[in-house]
Design a protein around this ligand. Structure first.
Ligand SMILES: *[C@@H]1O[C@H](CO)[C@@H](O)[C@H](O)[C@H]1NC(C)=O
Length: 164
């Protein structure tokens, strides 16, 4: 269980309320940030709201040992990469470009870990486990599942207390 929990904090792009365009003053000059309470660094610090930058790994002794969340992808990233999709420059497309694929044939094997991103959702299991694909984006992650190797988990910070 020498896995490393790379932590991708992803944030939804705020949807613009159409009501603001009916305002006589017209649309705000920078609607994204004006309507957003996301801090300038592009994410909410999980620790500010009861969360943690450590995951919880079930079955550890003493209980509650975790792995560090190592990477934060902020809301200031290119909007394409903040979409959880494998095409058009989406997040999984980006993972593919680094040699990492979604789990083999849609199957999920291995332990789940919980992370509390301080977004009001409490501890949630990872959104997905992404595995080194041994140069084969189609089936390589199957080999990783069986033989082991590099993989990471990610979570999305999108709960009601840290969204928009
Ligand atoms: C996380 O996954 C475990 C199984 O690995 C499950 O027992 C648990 O209920 C899940 N937790 C949440 C919050 O979904």
């Amino acid at each position: 269980m020498a896995s490393m929990a790379l932590f991708f904090l992803m944030l939804c792009i705020p949807t613009l309320a159409s009501a603001s365009y009916n305002d006589e003053r017209g649309p705000p000059p920078h609607p994204f940030w004006r309507r957003s309470n996301v801090p300038p660094q592009g994410y909410f610090d999980p620790k500010d709201n009861g969360g943690s930058l450590l995951t919880q790994v079930p079955g550890t002794f003493p209980a509650g040992l975790g792995e560090p969340l190592n990477v934060i992808m902020s809301a200031n990233s290119d909007s394409d990469v903040l979409k959880d999709q494998e095409t058009d420059g989406g997040l999984r497309n980006y993972f593919l470009s680094l040699g990492y694929s979604s789990e083999c044939l849609g199957q999920h094997l291995g332990d789940d870990q919980g992370a509390n991103l301080g977004d009001g959702n409490g501890y949630l299991n990872e959104t997905a486990v992404i595995r080194w694909d041994y140069g084969d984006a189609q089936l390589g992650s199957c080999k990783e599942t069986i033989e082991g190797g590099a993989h990471f988990r990610y979570w999305v910070q999108d709960g009601s207390k840290a969204d928009r």
